[in-house]
Design a protein. Structure first.
Length: 116
């Protein structure tokens, strides 16, 4: 019974990844494709980690897999944001970050534009 549960979890992780790849292939632009990065990085990794815990128990390798999954889930948002910013920079011919900065408090001032 435990072997079947492990195989189902691994199969579900692979299925989520394959469906995400198919979804990425169907989307029109990079901004839509970025939405399909999250399921393999979060759900698939969590399912595979759960399968490892079922198979190995509370051993060091299980906790290493858990750590890798937590890092993967945490870094997913950072990588997605960095990719979105790179796509935006590539779209615009003359991109300056100071034009897109938003002050945090009303007393903060925007970075003045450089005049050369």
């Amino acid at each position: 019974m435990k072997t079947i549960a492990i195989e189902v979890l691994l199969g579900a992780g692979v299925l989520v990844t394959l469906l995400s790849v198919l979804g990425m292939m169907r989307m029109r632009d990079p901004y839509q494709r970025m939405h399909y990065i999250a399921p393999p990085a979060s759900l698939s990794a969590a399912l595979i980690t759960l399968a490892i815990f079922l198979q190995r128990g509370f051993k060091p390798e299980s906790f290493k897999a858990l750590f890798a999954t937590v890092v993967l889930i945490g870094m997913n948002s950072v990588v997605t944001h960095a990719a979105a910013r790179a796509f935006r920079i590539a779209e615009l011919e003359d991109w300056h970050p100071e034009n897109e900065e938003v002050p945090i408090k009303p007393s903060d001032k925007m970075i003045p534009e450089k005049t050369s």
